[in-house]
Write a protein that binds this ligand. Structure first.
Ligand code: NAP
Length: 240
Protein backbone atom coordinates (compact mmCIF):
# COMPACT_ATOMS: atom_id res chain seq x y z
CA UNK A 1 0.00 0.00 0.00
CA UNK A 2 1.14 3.48 -0.81
CA UNK A 3 0.62 5.00 2.65
CA UNK A 4 1.49 8.60 1.75
CA UNK A 5 -1.60 8.60 -0.50
CA UNK A 6 -3.95 7.39 2.25
CA UNK A 7 -6.16 9.64 4.40
CA UNK A 8 -7.09 7.73 7.54
CA UNK A 9 -9.56 8.82 10.24
CA UNK A 10 -9.24 7.21 13.66
CA UNK A 11 -12.21 7.80 15.97
CA UNK A 12 -10.79 7.18 19.42
CA UNK A 13 -7.34 8.10 18.13
CA UNK A 14 -6.23 10.18 21.10
CA UNK A 15 -5.37 7.37 23.49
CA UNK A 16 -4.22 3.77 23.79
CA UNK A 17 -4.44 1.58 20.71
CA UNK A 18 -6.01 4.19 18.44
CA UNK A 19 -3.16 6.58 19.22
CA UNK A 20 -0.52 3.88 18.72
CA UNK A 21 -2.04 3.13 15.30
CA UNK A 22 -1.98 6.84 14.47
CA UNK A 23 1.72 7.01 15.35
CA UNK A 24 2.56 3.96 13.22
CA UNK A 25 0.53 5.21 10.26
CA UNK A 26 2.11 8.67 10.59
CA UNK A 27 5.56 7.08 10.45
CA UNK A 28 4.53 5.25 7.27
CA UNK A 29 3.65 8.62 5.72
CA UNK A 30 -0.16 8.42 5.82
CA UNK A 31 -2.26 11.50 6.50
CA UNK A 32 -3.79 10.77 9.87
CA UNK A 33 -6.86 12.41 11.36
CA UNK A 34 -7.84 11.84 14.96
CA UNK A 35 -11.24 12.31 16.54
CA UNK A 36 -12.17 12.32 20.21
CA UNK A 37 -14.28 14.30 22.64
CA UNK A 38 -11.51 16.27 24.32
CA UNK A 39 -9.44 19.05 22.73
CA UNK A 40 -6.79 18.58 25.45
CA UNK A 41 -6.47 14.88 24.56
CA UNK A 42 -6.24 15.79 20.86
CA UNK A 43 -3.51 18.36 21.51
CA UNK A 44 -1.44 15.90 23.54
CA UNK A 45 -1.92 13.13 20.97
CA UNK A 46 -1.02 15.32 17.98
CA UNK A 47 2.20 16.41 19.71
CA UNK A 48 3.29 12.74 19.82
CA UNK A 49 2.70 11.91 16.13
CA UNK A 50 5.42 12.22 13.47
CA UNK A 51 4.13 13.30 10.09
CA UNK A 52 0.87 14.68 8.77
CA UNK A 53 -1.81 14.70 11.47
CA UNK A 54 -4.87 16.74 12.39
CA UNK A 55 -7.38 16.53 15.23
CA UNK A 56 -11.14 17.04 15.43
CA UNK A 57 -13.36 17.24 18.47
CA UNK A 58 -16.26 14.84 17.95
CA UNK A 59 -18.51 12.59 20.02
CA UNK A 60 -19.51 9.41 18.20
CA UNK A 61 -22.59 9.00 20.36
CA UNK A 62 -24.05 12.17 18.78
CA UNK A 63 -25.14 12.05 15.10
CA UNK A 64 -24.94 15.84 14.76
CA UNK A 65 -21.36 15.80 16.02
CA UNK A 66 -20.51 13.05 13.51
CA UNK A 67 -22.10 14.96 10.64
CA UNK A 68 -20.04 18.03 11.57
CA UNK A 69 -16.90 15.88 11.81
CA UNK A 70 -17.27 14.46 8.30
CA UNK A 71 -18.16 17.87 6.91
CA UNK A 72 -14.76 19.08 8.12
CA UNK A 73 -12.72 15.94 7.38
CA UNK A 74 -13.96 15.39 3.81
CA UNK A 75 -12.89 12.38 1.75
CA UNK A 76 -11.16 9.51 3.55
CA UNK A 77 -9.67 6.22 2.38
CA UNK A 78 -9.86 4.32 5.66
CA UNK A 79 -11.79 4.52 8.93
CA UNK A 80 -10.59 3.06 12.24
CA UNK A 81 -13.12 2.73 15.08
CA UNK A 82 -11.21 2.50 18.34
CA UNK A 83 -13.33 4.45 20.81
CA UNK A 84 -15.36 3.11 23.67
CA UNK A 85 -16.91 4.35 26.88
CA UNK A 86 -18.82 2.78 29.77
CA UNK A 87 -17.80 -0.89 29.30
CA UNK A 88 -20.15 -3.22 31.17
CA UNK A 89 -17.68 -5.19 33.33
CA UNK A 90 -18.89 -7.42 36.13
CA UNK A 91 -20.74 -10.58 37.08
CA UNK A 92 -23.90 -11.15 35.11
CA UNK A 93 -26.11 -11.50 38.21
CA UNK A 94 -25.22 -8.02 39.50
CA UNK A 95 -24.84 -6.07 36.24
CA UNK A 96 -28.02 -4.10 35.59
CA UNK A 97 -29.48 -3.83 32.12
CA UNK A 98 -28.86 -0.08 32.35
CA UNK A 99 -25.09 -0.77 32.41
CA UNK A 100 -25.39 -2.90 29.26
CA UNK A 101 -27.48 -0.18 27.62
CA UNK A 102 -24.80 2.42 28.39
CA UNK A 103 -22.10 0.10 27.06
CA UNK A 104 -24.04 -0.49 23.83
CA UNK A 105 -24.41 3.28 23.40
CA UNK A 106 -20.74 3.79 24.24
CA UNK A 107 -19.46 1.37 21.61
CA UNK A 108 -21.84 -0.58 19.30
CA UNK A 109 -24.15 2.36 18.57
CA UNK A 110 -21.17 4.67 18.25
CA UNK A 111 -19.52 2.36 15.70
CA UNK A 112 -22.82 1.95 13.84
CA UNK A 113 -23.53 5.63 13.44
CA UNK A 114 -19.86 6.51 12.78
CA UNK A 115 -19.77 4.16 9.81
CA UNK A 116 -23.14 5.40 8.54
CA UNK A 117 -21.91 9.00 8.72
CA UNK A 118 -18.60 8.03 7.09
CA UNK A 119 -20.01 6.12 4.11
CA UNK A 120 -20.59 9.08 1.74
CA UNK A 121 -17.01 10.23 2.41
CA UNK A 122 -15.26 6.86 2.43
CA UNK A 123 -13.51 5.56 -0.69
CA UNK A 124 -15.67 2.77 -2.15
CA UNK A 125 -12.81 0.27 -2.05
CA UNK A 126 -11.19 1.66 1.08
CA UNK A 127 -11.45 -0.05 4.45
CA UNK A 128 -12.89 0.00 7.94
CA UNK A 129 -11.19 -1.51 10.99
CA UNK A 130 -13.24 -2.02 14.14
CA UNK A 131 -11.68 -2.83 17.51
CA UNK A 132 -13.67 -5.39 19.49
CA UNK A 133 -12.25 -7.44 22.39
CA UNK A 134 -11.22 -10.95 23.44
CA UNK A 135 -14.16 -11.27 25.85
CA UNK A 136 -16.34 -11.93 22.80
CA UNK A 137 -14.02 -14.70 21.50
CA UNK A 138 -13.91 -16.95 24.55
CA UNK A 139 -15.90 -17.57 27.72
CA UNK A 140 -14.52 -15.40 30.52
CA UNK A 141 -16.76 -15.18 33.60
CA UNK A 142 -17.47 -11.57 34.55
CA UNK A 143 -17.33 -10.29 30.97
CA UNK A 144 -20.79 -11.11 29.59
CA UNK A 145 -21.43 -7.39 28.98
CA UNK A 146 -18.16 -7.00 27.05
CA UNK A 147 -18.91 -10.23 25.14
CA UNK A 148 -22.37 -8.99 24.15
CA UNK A 149 -21.20 -5.61 22.86
CA UNK A 150 -18.08 -6.83 21.06
CA UNK A 151 -19.73 -9.96 19.71
CA UNK A 152 -22.43 -7.81 18.13
CA UNK A 153 -19.79 -5.65 16.46
CA UNK A 154 -17.98 -8.72 15.11
CA UNK A 155 -21.12 -10.16 13.56
CA UNK A 156 -22.12 -6.76 12.15
CA UNK A 157 -18.67 -6.31 10.60
CA UNK A 158 -18.81 -9.67 8.82
CA UNK A 159 -22.21 -8.87 7.30
CA UNK A 160 -21.03 -5.40 6.28
CA UNK A 161 -17.96 -6.87 4.56
CA UNK A 162 -20.43 -8.34 2.02
CA UNK A 163 -23.09 -5.65 2.03
CA UNK A 164 -20.68 -2.74 1.59
CA UNK A 165 -18.17 -4.46 -0.75
CA UNK A 166 -15.80 -3.52 -2.31
CA UNK A 167 -15.25 -1.63 0.96
CA UNK A 168 -13.22 -3.96 3.17
CA UNK A 169 -14.50 -4.35 6.74
CA UNK A 170 -12.29 -6.05 9.31
CA UNK A 171 -12.08 -6.57 13.06
CA UNK A 172 -9.08 -6.53 15.39
CA UNK A 173 -9.84 -8.25 18.70
CA UNK A 174 -7.42 -7.21 21.46
CA UNK A 175 -6.83 -9.06 24.71
CA UNK A 176 -5.86 -7.20 27.87
CA UNK A 177 -3.74 -4.19 26.86
CA UNK A 178 -2.29 -1.60 29.23
CA UNK A 179 -3.85 1.67 28.11
CA UNK A 180 -5.25 4.74 29.86
CA UNK A 181 -8.59 2.91 29.93
CA UNK A 182 -7.39 1.45 33.25
CA UNK A 183 -6.13 4.71 34.77
CA UNK A 184 -9.16 4.85 37.06
CA UNK A 185 -8.27 1.58 38.83
CA UNK A 186 -6.31 1.69 42.10
CA UNK A 187 -2.68 0.71 41.33
CA UNK A 188 -2.72 -2.56 43.36
CA UNK A 189 -5.96 -3.72 41.73
CA UNK A 190 -4.61 -2.93 38.28
CA UNK A 191 -1.30 -4.71 38.98
CA UNK A 192 -3.16 -7.75 40.31
CA UNK A 193 -5.38 -7.93 37.25
CA UNK A 194 -2.50 -7.55 34.78
CA UNK A 195 -0.21 -9.99 36.63
CA UNK A 196 -2.92 -12.64 36.79
CA UNK A 197 -3.73 -12.20 33.10
CA UNK A 198 -0.05 -12.37 32.10
CA UNK A 199 0.42 -15.59 34.07
CA UNK A 200 -2.60 -17.18 32.36
CA UNK A 201 -1.55 -16.38 28.80
CA UNK A 202 0.58 -18.58 26.53
CA UNK A 203 2.81 -15.57 25.74
CA UNK A 204 3.33 -14.82 29.45
CA UNK A 205 2.54 -11.12 29.20
CA UNK A 206 -0.29 -8.71 28.57
CA UNK A 207 -0.49 -6.60 25.43
CA UNK A 208 0.86 -3.23 24.42
CA UNK A 209 -0.91 -0.67 22.28
CA UNK A 210 1.85 -1.20 19.70
CA UNK A 211 0.98 -4.93 19.42
CA UNK A 212 -2.52 -3.93 18.38
CA UNK A 213 -1.39 -1.02 16.19
CA UNK A 214 0.56 -3.51 14.03
CA UNK A 215 -2.66 -5.45 13.44
CA UNK A 216 -4.60 -2.29 12.54
CA UNK A 217 -1.92 -1.31 10.03
CA UNK A 218 -2.09 -4.81 8.53
CA UNK A 219 -5.88 -4.68 8.16
CA UNK A 220 -5.68 -1.29 6.45
CA UNK A 221 -2.86 -2.34 4.13
CA UNK A 222 -3.82 -5.86 3.02
CA UNK A 223 -6.21 -5.50 0.10
CA UNK A 224 -7.06 -9.23 0.09
CA UNK A 225 -8.41 -9.30 3.66
CA UNK A 226 -12.05 -8.58 4.43
CA UNK A 227 -14.64 -9.93 6.85
CA UNK A 228 -11.74 -11.12 9.00
CA UNK A 229 -11.15 -11.10 12.74
CA UNK A 230 -7.52 -10.82 13.84
CA UNK A 231 -7.06 -11.89 17.47
CA UNK A 232 -4.24 -9.96 19.14
CA UNK A 233 -4.76 -11.39 22.59
CA UNK A 234 -1.64 -13.30 23.64
CA UNK A 235 -3.58 -16.55 23.22
CA UNK A 236 -6.44 -15.56 25.55
CA UNK A 237 -8.77 -17.83 23.57
CA UNK A 238 -6.65 -20.80 24.72
CA UNK A 239 -5.97 -19.65 28.29
CA UNK A 240 -7.58 -21.56 31.15
N1 NAP B 1 -7.47 -1.79 26.80
C1 NAP B 1 -7.90 -3.05 26.76
O1 NAP B 1 -7.48 -3.92 27.54
C2 NAP B 1 -8.93 -3.48 25.72
C3 NAP B 1 -9.18 -4.85 25.57
C4 NAP B 1 -10.07 -5.26 24.59
C5 NAP B 1 -10.69 -4.35 23.79
N2 NAP B 1 -10.44 -3.01 23.96
C6 NAP B 1 -11.11 -2.09 23.02
O2 NAP B 1 -10.13 -1.46 22.22
C7 NAP B 1 -10.53 -0.12 21.90
C8 NAP B 1 -9.44 0.85 22.34
O3 NAP B 1 -9.25 0.70 23.74
P1 NAP B 1 -8.17 1.57 24.54
O4 NAP B 1 -7.94 0.84 25.82
O5 NAP B 1 -7.03 1.88 23.62
O6 NAP B 1 -9.05 2.87 24.83
P2 NAP B 1 -8.68 4.24 25.60
O7 NAP B 1 -7.22 4.36 25.84
O8 NAP B 1 -9.62 4.34 26.76
O9 NAP B 1 -9.09 5.32 24.50
C9 NAP B 1 -10.43 5.49 24.14
C10 NAP B 1 -10.49 6.54 23.04
O10 NAP B 1 -11.85 6.72 22.67
C11 NAP B 1 -12.18 8.11 22.71
N3 NAP B 1 -13.61 8.17 22.97
C12 NAP B 1 -14.30 7.63 24.02
N4 NAP B 1 -15.60 7.89 23.89
C13 NAP B 1 -15.76 8.59 22.74
C14 NAP B 1 -16.88 9.14 22.07
N5 NAP B 1 -18.12 9.05 22.58
N6 NAP B 1 -16.69 9.78 20.90
C15 NAP B 1 -15.44 9.89 20.37
N7 NAP B 1 -14.33 9.40 20.97
C16 NAP B 1 -14.50 8.77 22.15
C17 NAP B 1 -11.26 8.66 23.79
O11 NAP B 1 -11.01 10.05 23.67
P3 NAP B 1 -11.84 11.14 24.53
O12 NAP B 1 -11.95 10.60 25.94
O13 NAP B 1 -11.05 12.42 24.43
O14 NAP B 1 -13.15 11.22 23.85
C18 NAP B 1 -9.98 7.91 23.45
O15 NAP B 1 -9.32 8.48 22.34
C19 NAP B 1 -11.87 0.10 22.60
O16 NAP B 1 -12.90 -0.17 21.68
C20 NAP B 1 -11.88 -0.95 23.71
O17 NAP B 1 -13.19 -1.37 24.03
C21 NAP B 1 -9.59 -2.56 24.92
Amino acid sequence: MNYPQQRILIIGGTSGMGLAAARSLGQLGAEVMLAGRSQAHLDAALASIEGRAAGYVADFSDPASLAALFERVGRIDHLVLAASANPAWGPFASTPASALRAALEGKLIGYWQSLQAALPHLRRDGSVVMLTGAASRTAMPGTAGLAAVNGAITQMAQTLAKELAPLRVNVVSPGLVDTPAYDGLPAPAKAGMFDAAAASLPVGRTGTSEDVAQAIVYMIGNGFTTGAVLDVDGGARMAA
